[in-house]
Design a protein around this ligand. Sequence first.
Ligand code: PLP
Length: 393
Amino acid sequence: MNQRQRIYLDNQATTPTDPRVVEAMLPYFSGKFGNPHSDSHAFGAEASGAVEAARAQVAGLIGALPREIFFTSGATESNNIAIKGLASGRRNTRRHVVTCVTEHLCVLNSVLELDDQGFDVTYLPVDAEGMIDLDELRAAVTGDTLLVSVMAVQNEVGVIQPMAEIGAICRAAGACLHTDAAQAAGKIPLDVGEMNIDLLSISGHKLYGPMGVGALYKREDSGVRVAPIFSGGGQEQGVRPGTVPAPLAVGIGAACAIAAEEMAGEANRLRLLRDGLLRRITEAVPGIKLNGHGENRIAGNLNISVEGLPADAMMAAMPDIAVSSGSACSSAESESSHVLRSLGLTDEQAEGSLRIGLGRFTTAEETKIAGDRLIEAITQLRKRGAANSVAAE
Ligand SMILES: *Cc1c(COP(=O)(O)O)cnc(C)c1O
């Protein structure tokens, strides 16, 4: 085995594009390059046909109708349109929004803008395992609640929220339910009908599709009015104007179709690898704490705090193993993760946390090597730490 082999275990930050997806996209760059909105000729019609087929593939993954799917540039944009677009949509008179403290920053910052505009905002806390309390949600939602935005799967700790129960509570109160499903789509079954979801955001590059494309689902029959946040030429039923990038749409469509087929088997395989890895680490070294729920989490996610060791020291000690400390989005900030602190971790525990994200292309061999390197890194760093503290006495 090559010592310098790099191992990618950061599949919650991004996933590689599946080669089958790349294959599906390639014809739409130079050969079938038409503008899908110029379908009065064969070039445009060809691209338009591919975009509509992709729309149906995205819809199929979540139990939606194709005309309820709008292509965007990613989950960040989908979340912005869902939240800000709903709030500025005409005929929306309700002035209260409910969200959760562990949401992605693009949701929290969108909600913050509504807060500035005079909306009342309730931030639901989570318990030590990262779950919201359904009774607290029930108590928070009133006749004035326009929107509840709760992520289906958390990006740092992988925790799965009970979307069907959340949906039932929102439906009973006449509130719209939006979910950021960037980490959920293609990883766990989602059904917008059964779960009473009105708005749902998907990211291409989190489900083995390309970067730079996403989708927004908007329920057709609920009278949900979403105003566009871009001014433009009326594409995507006016919800998201701008030329739909046909190759990228084909890519996210193919990714959704593959995920629908392979999700269950993939989850079983990853769960075995992930659980085996955690067992090995906890048996080999003391002071390992699992962050997030033991069972309610996606199969590929592991998040652990290692007692007494900062994450950056561990990552520096195993430079060929790509894992993440806290959330990638907040790693530019010196502050520890808002998510881990919401779960009640101390700053030291949060700073000692590693997110290990297994994915479709992670092998058993790679998982074993990564486990070996991590155990070795922890053992060495602790030995060095103990030697240093003896020397300091
Ligand atoms: C990655 C991610 C996003 C942002 O998605 P982009 O497509 O990169 O804009 C939003 N929410 C969650 C939970 C994510 O994991």
